[in-house]
Design a protein around this ligand. Structure first.
Ligand SMILES: [Zn+2]
Length: 378
């Protein structure tokens, strides 16, 4: 019932998500195999409880009907997130329905705190609407019967989903709402991530406490406690991920490509590596073609791997890689944008452009050093 943020859209892995059910509003919907476990457990639980359908096959059939309603409810909750995100031009990759309900994968970057707030709010609002709608329908039915029992259960489950997801801790929807509010008030999304993350830690611990108390009072069985603990573990991990992301992102914000640029020495193709290195004097090397155009960048590791005695005969371009648009960076890049650009096209060295002209190179090792040495903000 949460949104999973992806900072970089790498190759999609539909196989990991499960069976593709449909595409709704341009968003692919997957059914994960773990969902069958949830469905099986619920049907089993139903079969053993007395219901309006009696016991035995009738009760199991009721369980199946409830599971289908739950699946549709969760799907509508996720579509609430996904379609609101698309409305704000946030890229949505997929909705996956799984053991814990479901989640929506979307780009981590939100255009504003307001958009983030609405996207997070949309899921619980949809669940609450279904819940109250079903509650009304249940109350409107005069006779106790299968349909009333089913609508009643749909009402309760959706209201529970709405309330639980609205708890103000990451990675729940409520945590994202809290983060968006802090972002709006302070102008700092990273502080929002850290505070909402800490609240998520409290929610995770609280879930375990509630689960154990419910078991002690015999409101739930061992299975219920086990499920609660599994949910708590997911919340705990999501909460800490949010706290870490908040710290890292705040550090990143101070990173400027301009301050990491190294000088570039261009040498013509065909020049022996030894001569090129002598001319470069330790600077990064670029290779030019017969027209004097820069066409490739030397990889330091590849050059270092050539035995010294062979460097006099090996042409410099044999340890260089052709420049392509993915291996050039605009000097204005900073912070998250810089790291994103590097992650999208991993390479040991990039050409840095200022107004379209080469101004030097970024050695990825220098970026890594800067990332680990930047002082954490107070
Ligand atoms: Zn949600």
């Amino acid at each position: 019932m949460s949104e999973r943020e992806r900072s970089v859209s790498t190759d999609d892995q539909p196989a990991r998500r499960g069976l593709r059910l449909a595409t709704v509003g341009g968003v692919p919907v997957y059914l994960n195999a773990t969902w069958l476990l949830l469905a099986g457990l619920l049907v089993l639980m139903y079969g053993q409880l007395p219901s309006a359908a009696g016991t035995g096959p009738g009760a199991y059939a009721m369980g199946v009907a409830f599971v289908v309603c739950l699946l549709l409810s969760v799907l509508l909750h996720e579509l609430g997130h996904a379609l609101t995100a698309r409305r704000w031009r946030i890229q949505v990759h997929a909705i996956t329905l799984d053991l814990f309900g479901g989640y929506t994968e979307m780009d981590a970057r939100s255009p504003s705190a307001g958009a983030d707030l609405l996207v997070s709010l949309a899921g619980p609002v949809v669940s609450a609407l279904i819940g109250f709608g079903a509650l009304g329908a249940a109350l409107a039915q005069p006779d106790a019967g299968l349909l009333r029992e089913l609508t009643w259960q749909v009402a309760i489950s959706n209201l529970l989903v709405a309330v639980f997801n609205a708890l103000p801790g990451m990675p729940l929807d409520g945590g994202r709402i809290l983060r968006a509010v802090i972002w709006a008030v302070t102008g700092d999304p990273h502080k929002g991530s850290r505070v909402a993350g800490w609240c998520g830690v409290v929610v995770a611990v609280g879930s375990v406490v509630v689960g154990v108390l419910a078991y002690a009072n015999r409101w739930v069985g061992l299975l219920g406690v086990g499920f609660t603990v599994m949910i708590a573990v997911i919340l705990w991990r999501g909460a800490w991920a949010s706290i870490r992301a908040g710290h890292v992102a705040a550090r990143l914000a101070g990173l400027r490509l301009g301050s990491l640029v190294s000088p570039l020495v261009a040498v013509p193709a065909g020049m022996p590596l030894a001569e090129a290195q002598l001319r470069g004097g330790g600077a990064a090397l670029g290779v030019t073609d017969v027209h004097g155009r820069l066409v490739a960048l030397v990889h330091d590791d590849a050059a270092a791997a050539v035995p010294v005695e062979r460097r006099g005969s090996v042409p410099v371009e044999s340890v260089a890689r052709t420049l392509d648009p993915g291996r050039t960076l605009a000097v204005e890049l900073s912070g998250e944008d810089l790291v994103r650009a590097v992650r999208l096209n991993p390479a040991p060295v990039y050409l840095v452009l200022s107004d379209g002209a080469a101004t030097g190179v970024l050695r990825t090792a220098d970026l890594a050093r800067a990332l680990t040495s930047v002082r954490p903000e107070s």
